[in-house]
Ligand binder design. Structure first.
Ligand code: ATP
Ligand code: MG
Length: 430
């Protein structure tokens, strides 16, 4: 069954009642473009460095991104679960990560004197829990995932939603009887990642990277080119191969080994990361399966992460101009932004209300700028800032021709179409 990302949420909203308000001034304490535009547009609220609240508009975008992720994870057999953020120290002692991660992991004592911490990731938790689900080769392979809040006391929390100290992660864990089975699924998961980024309108490079703390195998990062990125990659536009600068054995201007095109260099944002963990975690947690002969072996594991908040921020970094955000329609908070410019004309108000009702009837999601105290200029500036793909204006001028004015966010030109030509609107929002 295909889940429609919008049906679970309200399809329509009046801007006069919207909880998040746009702001004229740029926030003075932000340098990252994603944070500036998202705060100005009323999508998010900054609580402190690296900690953001999602307001209704921002939450709608986040939920649409999560819906895409869920569809793709379910399609490769992922079972969704939801693990606790609060963790006992003992679990992390076993892998040595309590000590190793102490600079980045929030660790404290609870009231009864026990050491507890907020999970930065969930390999330990899953390896432990899986001992109750996996006994035999017949139980494998198995894939579970969650979209859950992680905590990391990031030292460089200056990049807005790209580097939160509290942030969402989609993390999937796979369990296998053999290295071959793990490798096979690693490719399948990688393809699912490519589809996710593609559906968000992003071009991603599957980039060879280091960082496999528990394995000598190469890991792969999914990188999106952007000046706002903290990483640097060498990449080939023609065949798509790429290496993170940290481990690269190619450089700018080299001929690509597979297609001979020239290698380029660029700053990039890591939106996803996939790892072959091998058997380290299963050995530590005694996560074993028995084969056909009843012999026990450690389970092979992989882990696969995406940051939905970082993905949202990346979309803003890539799709924005000097006026504001330009959401791709697949993740936009609404499909249309209906603006009424009533002036003193009561007919405009009436016709705009009617049009709002018609859009609802036709299942076209709409943010309705019904605010009375705002000037046309302010309304247009807000529409550009918020960045909904299709703007629809109703004014005395358009009504004289019995028309409405439509404009795509990423185009300059406006166009009048007949007031009752809902078919054209539908063709634009598909
Ligand atoms: P980075 O190198 O950028 O710190 P990481 O390699 O530590 O990230 P992983 O542990 O691989 O990150 O996490 C999986 C995914 O979670 C990342 O690819 C990224 O999309 C997202 N992510 C990681 N850290 C953050 C963060 N602080 N804020 C938002 N998203 C994050
Ligand atoms: Mg990473």
């Amino acid at each position: 069954m295909k889940i429609s990302p919008i049906t679970a949420t309200v399809r329509y909203m009046r801007q006069s009642k919207l909880f998040g308000k746009t702001r004229k001034e740029k926030p003075s304490d932000e340098i990252a473009k994603n944070a500036i535009l998202l705060e100005q547009g009323g999508f998010i609220y900054k609580t402190m460095a690296g900690v953001y609240d999602y307001l209704p508009l921002g939450f709608r975008v986040l939920e649409r991104i999560n819906a895409i992720i869920r569809e793709e994870m379910n399609a490769i057999g992922g079972q969704e679960l939801f693990l606790s953020a609060l963790q006992p120290r003992e679990r992390w002692e076993k892998t040595g990560r309590w000590e190793k991660l102490k600079d980045i992991m929030y660790q404290f004592k609870d009231n009864s004197g026990h050491d507890v911490g907020l999970a930065t990731t969930h390999e330990e938790a899953l390896a432990r829990i899986a001992t109750h689900s996996i006994q035999s080769y017949k139980d494998l392979p198995l894939f579970v995932y969650q979209i859950q809040t992680k905590f990391r006391d990031e030292p460089r929390a200056k990049s807005g939603l790209m580097r939160g100290r509290e942030f969402l992660m989609k993390d999937l864990y796979s369990f296998h009887t053999s290295k071959e089975s793990l490798n096979e699924f690693y490719e399948i998961a990688g393809k699912a990642y490519e589809r996710i980024f593609e559906r968000c309108n992003l071009t991603s490079y599957k980039t060879e990277a280091g960082g496999g703390t528990f394995t000598n195998d190469i890991t792969h990062e999914y990188q999106v080119l952007s000046e706002a990125g903290e990483d640097t990659i060498f990449y080939c536009e023609q065949c798509g191969c790429a290496q993170n600068k940290e481990i690269a054995n190619i450089k700018e201007g080299d001929a690509c080994s597979s297609c001979k095109a020239k290698i380029k260099v660029g700053k990039s944002i890591e939106v996803g990361n996939i790892f072959r963990l091998g058997t380290v975690f299963s050995e530590t947690f005694n996560l074993l399966y028995s084969d056909e002969k009843g012999q026990k072996h450690p389970v092979w594991m992989g882990s696969y992460g995406i940051g939905p908040g970082r993905l949202l921020a990346t979309i803003v970094e890539v799709f924005s101009d000097e006026k504001g955000i330009r959401w791709p329609s697949s993740v936009a908070p609404f499909q249309t932004h209906l603006i009424s410019i009533p002036g003193n004309d009561l007919m405009v108000e009436k016709k705009a209300e009617e049009f709002y009702a018609t859009l609802n009837d036709k299942n076209i999601s709409v943010l309705f700028d019904d605010r009375k105290e705002k000037s046309p200029g302010e309304k247009f500036a807000d529409a550009d800032l918020i960045g909904i793909p299709l703007r629809i204006v109703i004014s005395s001028k358009t009504l004289k021709e019995n028309a409405i004015e439509i404009k795509k966010r990423d185009e300059e030109k406006t166009k009048n179409i007949p007031y009752d030509d809902i078919k054209t609107i539908i063709s634009y929002v598909q």
